[in-house]
Design a protein around this ligand. Structure first.
Ligand code: HEC
Length: 164
């Protein structure tokens, strides 16, 4: 069993030769030492995998991580009423970022949203998700997102899915 090559370069130097279930250190003469530097027993692949996963997670750009978390939040919180490509209880969302409120084709909006002059971008989406009724009185989305961080992640996801 071998760790994938991609992970190996993220493991600290000298710990670049996985061997079976045990990470193996290459010493100065090019020989493989079978124990870890701290002397703990080999036999589990998990410490090596955990290291590699941590290194990969730390290397990922923050913006991508936000949108990825936004997708999780979107699926769990918005997915009951919305989807990207189909109108459901709420309108389809692909392309919503940068679009005027109330303009998803064939969705039956409230008069309030249809007539609103709001364009969906960072600030307006944040206000909408904080309190839709305060932004557009008479709307009929009965849902809020309490945490600013969660709103930002969801907005990053909607933006990404709108190609903006
Ligand atoms: C309980 C159902 C429901 C949930 C949950 C819900 N929405 Fe909505 N959403 C609606 C409805 C209904 C509308 C249309 C409102 C209207 O016409 O007044 C809407 C409209 C919107 C709009 C305006 C779109 C446009 O084309 O103008 C956005 C943006 C939006 N929702 C985002 C979200 C996000 C993001 C979430 C998850 C955090 C979410 N909604 C969760 C029902 C829901």
């Amino acid at each position: 069993m071998r760790l994938p090559a991609l992970s190996l370069k993220h493991i600290p130097s000298g710990w670049n030769q996985p061997d079976g279930m045990c990470p193996v250190k290459v010493n100065r003469r090019g020989r493989r030492a079978r124990s870890r530097p701290d002397g703990t027993a080999c036999g589990s692949i998990w410490p090596g995998i955990a290291l590699a996963v941590l290194a990969l997670a730390a290397a990922a750009p923050a913006a991508a991580a936000d949108a990825a978390h936004g997708q999780e939040l979107y699926d769990s919180r918005c997915g009951g009423c919305h989807s990207l490509d189909a109108n459901r209880v709420g309108p389809a969302h692909r392309g919503v970022y940068g679009r005027k409120a109330g303009s998803a084709p064939n969705f039956n909006y409230s008069t309030a949203v249809k007539n609103a002059t709001v364009v969906w971008e960072e600030k307006t989406l944040d206000a909408w998700l904080t309190n839709p009724q305060a932004l557009i009185p008479g709307q009929r989305m009965n849902f809020r997102v309490a945490l600013a961080e969660d709103r930002a992640d969801i907005i990053a996801y909607l933006r990404q899915q709108s190609g903006k």
